[in-house]
Design a protein around this ligand. Structure first.
Ligand code: ZN
Length: 257
């Protein structure tokens, strides 16, 4: 078992924090800074990166030193450069875990990995959200109660355009009546992916112990056992002898006029 710290990079676009006083007040260190503090543990080596840094703080070197990447974006999805999205996707294919938070459902990287539009219904009035654990045996659900509530959240409702192979761990019910698949996993290449819904920038969800527990569990779950870049493609030499074939399909009677 690998007992060295899990190398975590928390990526945040860090846009609302600079423009919205309510967000500044709630998350003075930025969403990334608050998450880094709340997740701090000897088990994790946490690094943060933001949109405005060179290469969005996601250089090849940073990704090569990341086991699990967290992603929070909303207002600036389009400002994330495509070549960096491709770099992140390749690293996931090689084994890096990725956790997409809240409005990351419309980020380029989520849509690329999920394979659909990622669209959903939404309403922002600060209503109650009740999250139900529907797969209590999953490692991401470890230590959670049957359900827990967030008194103030943005509503996300179904239908949520997600991949058909999504494995749902948590479901949400909202005060206004909607339901939502609020926590699900996917495997993409050798990498594990988890989407988790709470975390609207004007609400204090990242101060909630259950929300932090879900994210911490997801980091441990998404850690790769090893990075496995796709090893080879063309394999001219076979393990076994292959009998000689006659490729004259007409003469062999396979292709007939
Ligand atoms: Zn939101």
């Amino acid at each position: 078992m690998n007992t060295s710290p899990i190398k975590v990079t928390i990526w945040n676009e860090n846009v609302h924090e600079k423009t919205n006083p309510a967000v500044q007040k709630l998350y003075p260190d930025g969403l990334h800074g608050t998450l880094a503090k709340k997740l701090a543990s000897p088990e994790l080596a946490i690094h943060t990166a933001t949109l405005d840094e060179p290469e969005h703080g996601l250089t090849q070197d940073v990704l090569n030193n990341t086991d699990v990447l967290l992603w929070w974006g909303h207002a600036a999805h389009d400002r994330v450069v495509d070549s960096i999205v491709a770099r992140v996707q390749q690293r996931v294919w090689d084994g890096m875990g990725i956790i997409a938070l809240h409005s990351a459902h419309m980020s380029k990287i989520f849509r690329a990995l999920n394979g659909t539009s990622g669209k959903l219904h939404w309403r922002e009035v600060g209503e109650k959200e009740r999250l139900w654990v529907i797969d209590p045996s999953h490692p991401i659900a470890a230590g959670l109660p049957e359900h827990f509530e967030l008194p103030y959240e943005e509503m996300y409702g179904e239908p949520f355009m997600i991949a058909g192979d999504a494995k749902v761990i948590l479901m949400s019910w909202f005060e206004g009546g909607e339901i939502f698949r609020s926590g699900f996993t996917l495997q993409r290449g050798n990498g594990k992916m988890f989407y988790f819904r709470p975390g609207h920038e004007t609400f204090p969800s990242f101060y909630d112990p259950n929300v932090i527990k879900v994210i911490a569990n997801a980091i441990r779950w998404a850690r790769p056992a090893a990075f496995m870049p796709y090893p080879k493609t063309h394999v001219p030499e076979a393990l076994e002898n292959i009998s000689p074939k006659d490729f004259d399909f007409g003469k062999a009677g396979i292709v007939r006029e």
